[in-house]
Write a protein of this length. Sequence first.
Length: 212
Amino acid sequence: MALACVLGVSTSAVAETHDEGEGRLSAHSGGGGFIAAAPVRRPYWVSFGDWVLCDTSRDAGPVEDQITITGVRFVTGRHKPLDVRAYIRTVTPRQVAAHPHQPDGNYSPFTSNLGRAPTFQQPYADRDWVPRGHYRRGVAGTSVTRGCDQALADAYADLEGKVPQRPWAGLVLAVKVGKNGAQVRRTLIDYQDGTGTHTLRIRWTVGGQRYH
């Protein structure tokens, strides 16, 4: 049986649920997934941060209202995570420009990274490559005010050896994996705009393999 857990305030009871590309909020996600290999023989953390948050309606021009995220939920299967922590990661042009090793992708989206955001200080984490930026646990109340074309160009600027023109924001999930493994099969982002309440369903499975 699938289990749904809530981080923040949920409006799902009255929300219109849509997939990527079918509603106003986008996380630049498609279908598929990534399951990390177990790095140790004990519970471990793995983080995922490929989801750039943006407003599709702003690509056509200015809009009067804005998107406000009200909560993040996740749906698990048989082996649910021991813990899941959601963060809003914000990267600014100043952070990228001041980074001594720029450009090396530390300030761009990432598929997965062993360890727990935001510090990635676990012994099995990669200390040489850390997704940098400002991480905030309070997901509810986040405003999404960037169009997708502009937000994605800024999000991947670091990989191209450039400094973004404006800050961009993304969703990061840190998943704690137990002995039998763990999967987050769907991530649900509840939000409000001028037309009411909605939910973006991210059909991207993330988690980690079982350890022995």
